[in-house]
Design a protein around this ligand. Sequence first.
Ligand code: SAH
Length: 337
Amino acid sequence: MTPLHKKIISNIQESGSITVDEYISIALYTPDLGYYAKDHIIGRSGDFITSPEICQIFGELIGIFMIDQVTSAQPVERLDIIECGPGRGTLMHDILHTLEFYPDIFEKTHIHLVEISPSAKKQQAQTLEQYNHVYWYKTLEDVPFSSGYTFVLANEFFDALPIKQYYEKDGDIRERKVKLDQHNNLCFDVPDDAAHFTEICPLYEKIIHNINERLTRGPGSLLIIDYGDDAANRNKNTLQGVCDHQFADIFESPGLVDISHQVNFQSLRELIAPNIIIYPLITQSEFLNQLGIDLRLQQLLQNATAKQRMELLTACARLTAPQHMGEIFKVLYAQSR
Ligand code: SAH
């Protein structure tokens, strides 16, 4: 049993039960013991792999997209890129590598990384060591407002935030809790198929409101890429545990297992201020195809060895194929007027 597991059990013994978001927050964020204190959570040697870790083309295309969006409106005096949950820093690295081809913009770019995990921050600092003007913050509210263009980016960030779950019983809406069974094992108080099951992520509101303010005060964009869907009331439990590239019980080894949920894009969209333009939700495959993933792939294949060719083809298929990340992952893009 992990030390955090023991701590959670004694906590519940005192209080009787804790809410689902309390459980997730403790499991992920407890200093030194929580999941985000763990080294190497992303990548082959970690627990899960993300799009930027699969292939450099992902970040390069986002860099191109950014240049296109930022320059389409007015001359750029300054560009502030805010990335929420930058993982190993790979996405930002590939974006900056692309921006370097546009020195006018690159010289005016400042990078703001919102990261809660000290070990992830260390990793990001290593990945981005050749770049200047890179700053870290624990929350989005801490990032100063930009006097220029703000580009907010979040890949697989919203899915990692703690959620609350609710259900209906005897005509009342009740909050689902985590408790102990008669053997002192962690369990839910009601099963996944409880009536009118809903999930709410309180941090969606806090974060989107902050972005609204940034995109209202000045020009800016918001790009969210994550797995989930657009259905209003999905009526299902989407919590998922992952450890060592396999699904895992979220109550097994708290602190060692990643806990995430499927992002409710409809809720995110409803929170975006009416003065901001929201583009229709598209799949990751549509997004990458529109940005010319095939063209970039062909370019890279020309100078690749046989082994690299194989790797590149497999990676692009993983990013775009419907049975892999192509359709499960969605892209939400919004822009100030
Ligand atoms: N965007 C990266 C990593 C995704 S994993 C990629 O695509 O590879 C989620 C990231 O969000 C991790 O870096 C994690 O440490 C960070 N994170 C999770 N919860 C957070 C929170 N509440 N505030 C800030 N960062 C958080």
